[in-house]
Design a protein around this ligand. Structure first.
Ligand SMILES: Cc1cc2nc3c(=O)[nH]c(=O)nc-3n(C[C@H](O)[C@H](O)[C@H](O)COP(=O)(O)OP(=O)(O)OC[C@H]3O[C@@H](n4cnc5c(N)ncnc54)[C@H](O)[C@@H]3O)c2cc1C
Length: 398
């Protein structure tokens, strides 16, 4: 009998998890047929997207070679960009590394091409933390600013060069600003500048931080950020960066050397051309077992799919935690479908436990969980350790 071909598109946090789970559940066999696994991704390795702020702050390498993973043994990897899926012909189309068009036949397909970071309008200036390239640009720019500041005699200009605005105070903005403030202070000190002259402003359009949890957690986060050297400005959005500063929604102007946008995620726009059914927001339409509607053998999970708990109608957030649980469940679903058994159904993780962890620079963090209406908050070193475990779990390093 012929092999079954199972292709996973996207080796991000969720696609990688799906590959591992499907391999472990099926042990590479289904109904006496061997399963041939192929991963196709634009990138040459797994990018730890949740750590994207790290190369913006220091020189940390956040791409992991596929060969690092033991479950990758026997998996074929193709570096390419998938452009469309022909679900009738059970074939996908992609562009290889040289821009040449190619096709692949599949029996089972997992679409996990994720999301992209939302960009401001081009005339708003600044630089959005979108990928490895922009992260490296950010690092180069603040380093260059501090070096200029070290030779600057005008105190106001020196202060401006030592200031940064981070626009968008979600978890990514919070983590980016905390790590930046700590690292910039270190660098300022080594350049003979006064570390306390570093200013990192975190701009929030809301009246408090962490709308996902209670006000108390928002206040605690604000306090830890202040200790790191971050000033949170509430009810103010950045409108534009121009001529050495940012204009804010209340009309104020803040002199800064750099503005970084961290304004959330949107589903991968490549989905619009892919030929799969989408929600108006551009996420793949799936049933409660992640099967793509009207496309037999095709499944979709992670940031690119709209995953809803059928019991309470709650949609999963675009987060690694949610995606990781979907990936684990997909392994079981796929095996059940192959064996003609009833498959497990999606269950929203927040209906079990609401849980967030936030890194705030080495040995500082905040973990928040809520169960039966009770808040649990952990801060400090232990929270930092938990945060590290979560980062590693997101990249299947544990
Ligand atoms: C700065 C930042 C911080 C974050 N922090 C957190 C956090 O603290 N906690 C949390 O839970 N979540 C966090 N997130 C969200 C988290 O990163 C996403 O939920 C998670 O990455 C989703 O995983 P995914 O595999 O669905 O998509 P992605 O991680 O986006 O992976 C998609 C993969 O598909 C590949 N790909 C894309 N298009 C194609 C194509 N056409 N053909 C082939 N391959 C393609 C990409 O190269 C990539 O490898 C953060 C996101 C960012 C940007």
């Amino acid at each position: 009998m012929n092999d079954l071909t199972c292709i996973v598109i996207g080796g991000g946090h969720v696609g990688l998890g799906a590959l591992k789970a499907i391999k472990e559940e099926t042990r590479d066999m289904a109904g006496g047929r061997r399963i041939r696994f192929i991963l196709i991704d634009k990138q040459p390795g797994h990018v730890r997207k949740i750590l994207l702020f790290r190369p913006a702050v220091g020189e940390e390498q956040i791409m992991i070679p596929w060969t690092h993973y033991s479950f990758f043994e026997g998996v074929e990897f193709i570096q390419g960009t998938v452009t469309s899926v022909d679900s009738r012909g059970k074939q996908l189309h992609y562009e290889d590394g040289q821009g040449k068009e190619a096709r692949l036949d599949y029996d089972l397909l997992v679409v996990a091409i994720g999301s992209i970071v939302r960009q401001p309008n081009p005339d708003q200036g600044g630089i959005a933390l979108t990928d490895l390239q922009t992260a490296a640009d950010i690092r180069r720019r603040w380093h260059a600013n501090l070096q200029r500041a070290a030779g600057e005699t005008n105190p106001a200009e020196r202060k401006r060069l030592m200031s940064i605005a981070v626009a968008g105070a979600g978890i990514s903005g919070v983590e980016t600003s905390a790590e930046l403030a700590l690292e910039m202070r270190k660098e300022a000190s080594s350049l003979g500048l006064t570390p306390s002259d570093i200013s990192v402003y975190l701009l929030s359009g809301e009246k408090r931080l962490f709308l996902e949890g209670s006000e108390k957690v928002g206040r605690k986060l604000d306090q830890i950020l202040r200790e790191c050297g971050v000033t949170v400005l509430y009810n103010r959005k950045v409108m534009q960066e121009e001529a050495g500063g940012v204009t804010l929604s209340n009309g104020d102007r803040l002199p800064v050397g750099l503005c970084i946008w961290t304004i959330g995620l949107i589903p991968n726009p490549a989905l619009r051309q892919m030929g799969l059914p989408l929600t108006p927001d551009g996420q793949v339409l799936v049933d409660e077992c992640y099967r793509v509607k009207g496309a037999p053998g095709v499944y979709s999970i992670g940031d690119c799919a709209r995953i809803v708990d059928p019991r309470n109608g709650k949609a999963d957030l675009m987060r690694c935690g949610e995606g990781g649980l979907q990936a684990d469940r997909l392994g079981k679903i796929l095996l059940s479908d192959l064996e003609g058994r009833p498959a497990p159904v999606h269950k929203s993780p927040s209906s079990i436990l609401e849980f967030f962890c936030i890194g705030l620079g080495e040995n500082r963090g905040l973990v928040w969980g809520r169960k039966w209406g009770l808040d649990m908050i952990i801060t400090g070193k232990l929270a930092w350790k938990i945060r590290n475990l979560a980062w590693d779990a997101g990249s299947r390093l544990r």
